[in-house]
Structure formats: structure tokens, C-alpha cells
Ligand binder design. Structure first.
Ligand SMILES: NC(=O)c1ccc[n+]([C@@H]2O[C@H](COP(=O)([O-])OP(=O)(O)OC[C@H]3O[C@@H](n4cnc5c(N)ncnc54)[C@H](O)[C@@H]3O)[C@@H](O)[C@H]2O)c1
Length: 438
């Protein structure tokens, strides 16, 4: 290991390293708190001054992160946040946790990663590590970050170190935390990898080194594509089972008793979240450069994005059987975040369903304790507040759609009081005269 790399490793081991984290969202904030918990000084950077102000006040802006965790770290003098990127030079690590969405052509939008890199690089200095955590296509770290560092006159692997380490998170899952989820790291050179391993093993129980930044980038994509494809498969199986009069959830539960070779995926009204509907298309785009077509990805995209439309057909048919149409019916959507027990609305299939219902003339409301007011979203607008899911309210609607199965819904009460329930999540087993499984 060269002297600069060794100095970095020693600094981390003695807890003297200052951890810079750029992008204090769902990924960056918990990571910052994890370092502070281990006694490291953390300097957080974001362009969003409301987030920075909230951190200064010890307030959380993410539902599953308690304000106490932030205020404790801030009061201990271990966590500060700023919008001033000139302070990048104060940090020893620069860990980038910024969004990687798709543009309107469903192609990778690297603008956040590139803008952040361009804000940081002018303030970088010898002895630092730059680590990208944002999910992206293989080659991003070497093709985009490396030349920017070298152009600045910093020799990667000698003066500064470059790694890619994908984030893994399962928001709302109490069985795993940042500390206990193994973390994959790839370095641009052998010393970059050693520096990356030291940086992350300081706060994470198991660090998994791979041979390159490309391999680390591809690892994250494989994990999420595996999920996306299997979600597509169970959604297709749901449609076939429905036609055959079979409950797909009963079948999945039975198949899951096989002690090997089967992984249970749950069908739903589509796919959602910032990762699963987005990340696979980073690979699709990059694969084209190599003349390869990623057919599984395209196919699962086709099936998963068609699911809200399939649910709509089931709603229309159920209302029709009751001499009603979607147009003019009062419809209550239960659960609007993309998955249960969290407040994250990104790419939520419930919202796709709400838009279709509104377009077809439904008089729409929603109920979700995790999302009291419909938030501002880039592509969706609803002027709605969550309706309390009381027996009295449930009984008022022509149709109640179970879109996201939060644990705090009283399912027995809902089926007892609703005129019609459309269950897209397999909450109800068995038959009820007012239940349609979709
Ligand atoms: N949320 C998850 O569960 C999850 C899991 C694994 C991987 N990821 C990946 O991690 C990355 C970050 O995702 P996230 O969910 O934390 O996003 P997020 O939107 O919650 O947070 C990103 C933060 O970056 C800030 N930001 C945007 N542009 C910036 C810039 N130029 N400089 C500094 N800050 C900037 C935003 O203000 C925001 O606070 C994405 O690539 C995502 O795919 C997310």
C-alpha cells in the first residue's frame, strides 16, 4: 500500500477520519448517522437547504429515521450539514449518495452524479477517497468520475482513491440495519480497494471486496434486475391464475414450503420505489453500446407497467356487475406509498392506479397514515388529504381498493364495512361476497 493510502487507513482506524457524505436522502442520512454512532465526525452536504436546516435543528425528514438519532449526533458534535461545497476539503472521504433517475426517454439521467462530482472535485485534495454509492451502469465510475479527478491533477490510486460501493437498503424492514447489511466494494486500483475496505469496515459488519468498480456496479444491477424480473414473473402468474380461478397467493405460500430452489415474490398492482422500476434500464441502455439487447428486462418492464391497467379492468368489471361504472363512483384507495409501512411515494403503483381512476371519472380519495397529505411529486398532482379509514368512512365508498397493505389497516373491519373491496395485494384469503382479488 502506498504511504497516502496507509495514512488514510490509519486515520480511519483511529477514528480521526472526517466522513463527508454528499446527498442526505434515504441512503446518505442513515449512513451519516451510522458513522456518527461509531464516533466519527460526519460532514453532510446537500443542495437542499431545508434538509440542512432540519439537521441543524435535530429534526428528521424521513419517516423511519427518528429525530432523536439526528439530534443526538448533532448535539455530540459528530454531525453537521452544509450546502457549502468548499468544505469538501475538510473531509477525508467524499461519499456520493445522490439520485440516479431515468429521463423522459427512460434513459439514465446521470446529471445529479455529474453535477455533484463537479461541485466536489474542485475542492478535493490529496489523501481523500471518492466513493460513489448511487446505483448506475457498469463503467460510470471509470468513465465519468476518474477523468474528472485526473483532469484536476489528482492521480487516482496514488494521491486520491476511487471506489464504487452500492447501497443496499430495505426500508421498513426491522431485521436489517446499515451496520448489518453486507456492503460490496470495488476499487479502481488495489490501493483504492484497500482504502474502500477500511472506510466501510469501520461501520459495517461485513465488507465484500470485488475486483473492480465495474463489478461492483454490475452487482447492484444484478440484485435489482433479479427482483424486477421475478416480480414480473409473479405478476404474469397472477393473471394466468386469475383466469383459471386459482388464488396466486395460496399457490405462492404452498410453493414457499419447498426448502430449496424457490424464492417467494409477491404480486401486486405493479412495481414501485426508486430502484426496481428504474435501475434495470441503466443496464439496458449501456448494453446497447455492446450490441446486446436485455430482453428479460424489457419483458418484465412491459408486464409490471401493465399491472395497474389490469387492476383497472378488474375494478371496472366488479363495478359493472353492481350496475355501476368507474365514472361517478366513489373510490377509496388504501395505501399510496410504493410498499407497506413506509412513506416513500417514488414510482408508487398506487399513484398510477389513482391517475387511471381519476382519468376514468372516479370520485377519488385515499387513506394512508404514512402519507397524511398527498405530497408534491414531479409528475403527479392530487389535491388530497388522507381520509381516516374508519368503519363509517369505509362504508361511504362504492369501491375500496387495497393498493398498499400497511400493517395498520384493520382488514377485518374493512371487509365487514365496505360495499366492494378490490384486493391487489393478497390481504384476504378465502371468499367474501364483496371481495374481488386483482
Ligand atoms: N432509497 C433506497 O432505498 C436506495 C437503496 C439502494 C440504492 N439507492 C440508490 O442510492 C442513490 C440515492 O438514493 P436516495 O434514495 O438516497 O435518494 P434521495 O432523493 O432520498 O436523496 C438524494 C439526496 O441528494 C441530494 N442531491 C441532489 N443533487 C445533489 C447535488 N448535486 N449535490 C448534493 N446533493 C444533491 C438531494 O437533495 C437529496 O437530499 C440512488 O442512486 C438510488 O438508486 C437507493
Amino acid at each position: 500500500m502506498n504511504k497516502t493510502a496507509q495514512e488514510f487507513v490509519d486515520k480511519v482506524k483511529s477514528r480521526k477520519a472526517i466522513i463527508g457524505i454528499v446527498g442526505l436522502g434515504y441512503v446518505g442520512l442513515p449512513l451519516a448517522l451510522r458513522y456518527a454512532e461509531e464516533g466519527y465526525s460526519v460532514l453532510g452536504f446537500d443542495i437542499d437547504d431545508t434538509k440542512v436546516a432540519k439537521i441543524k435543528d435535530g429534526q428528521s425528514y424521513i419517516e423511519h429515521i427518528p429525530s432523536t438519532a439526528i439530534s443526538r449526533a448533532v448535539k455530540a458534535g459528530l454531525f453537521a450539514a452544509t450546502t457549502d461545497f468548499s468544505k469538501i476539503s475538510d473531509a477525508d472521504s467524499v461519499i456520493l449518495c445522490v439520485p440516479t433517475p431515468l429521463n423522459k426517454y427512460r434513459e439514465p439521467d446521470l446529471s445529479y452524479v455529474l453535477d455533484t462530482t463537479d461541485s466536489c472535485v474542485p475542492h478535493m485534495r490529496k489523501g481523500q477517497v471518492l466513493s460513489l454509492e448511487s446505483t448506475t451502469y457498469p463503467g460510470t465510475t471509470e468513465e465519468e468520475l476518474l477523468p474528472r479527478l485526473e483532469k484536476r491533477g489528482l492521480k487516482v490510486g496514488e494521491d486520491v482513491f476511487l471506489v464504487f460501493s452500492p447501497e443496499r437498503e430495505d426500508p421498513g424492514n426491522p431485521n436489517f440495519s446499515t451496520k448489518t447489511i453486507p456492503k460490496v466494494v470495488g476499487g479502481h486500483t488495489a490501493d483504492c480497494l484497500e482504502v474502500g475496505k477500511a472506510l466501510y469496515s469501520a461501520v459495517i459488519d461485513k465488507v465484500v471486496p470485488v475486483s473492480s468498480t465495474k463489478a461492483a456496479e454490475m452487482t447492484k444491477l444484478l440484485e435489482n434486475i433479479h427482483r424486477a424480473v421475478n416480480i414480473g414473473l409473479v405478476n404474469e402468474m397472477k393473471i394466468v391464475a386469475d383466469k383459471m380461478g386459482i388464488d396466486i397467493h395460496e399457490v405462492i405460500d404452498a410453493a414457499a414450503t419447498k426448502p430449496f430452489g424457490f424464492v417467494a415474490y409477491k404480486p401486486g398492482p405493479g412495481w414501485g420505489g426508486h430502484c426496481i422500476p428504474i435501475d434495470p434500464f441503466y443496464l439496458t441502455w449501456k448494453a446497447r453500446e455492446y450490441g446486446v439487447h436485455t430482453r428479460f428486462i424489457e419483458l418484465c418492464g412491459e408486464i409490471n407497467t401493465a399491472m395497474p391497467g389490469w387492476v383497472m379492468k378488474k375494478i371496472a368489471k366488479a363495478l359493472n356487475e353492481r350496475q355501476k361504472s368507474i365514472n361517478g363512483s366513489k373510490v377509496l384507495v388504501l395505501g399510496i406509498s410504493y410498499k407497506k409501512n413506509i412513506d416513500d411515494m417514488r414510482e408508487s403503483p398506487s399513484v398510477m392506479l389513482m391517475e387511471k381512476l381519476r382519468d376514468d371519472g372516479a370520485l377519488l380519495d385515499y387513506s394512508d397514515n404514512h402519507v397524511p397529505v398527498f405530497p408534491k411529486m414531479r409528475e403527479h398532482k392530487f389535491d388530497l388529504k388522507s381520509v381516516p379509514p374508519t368503519a363509517e368512512n369505509i362504508a361511504k365508498y362504492d369501491c375500496v381498493v387495497v393498493a398498499t397493505d400497511h400493517d395498520d389497516f384493520d382488514w377485518d373491519m374493512i371487509i365487514k364495512n365496505a360495499k366492494l373491496v378490490i384486493d391487489t395485494r393478497g390481504v384476504y384469503r378465502g371468499q367474501f361476497s364483496n371481495l374481488v382479488k386483482a
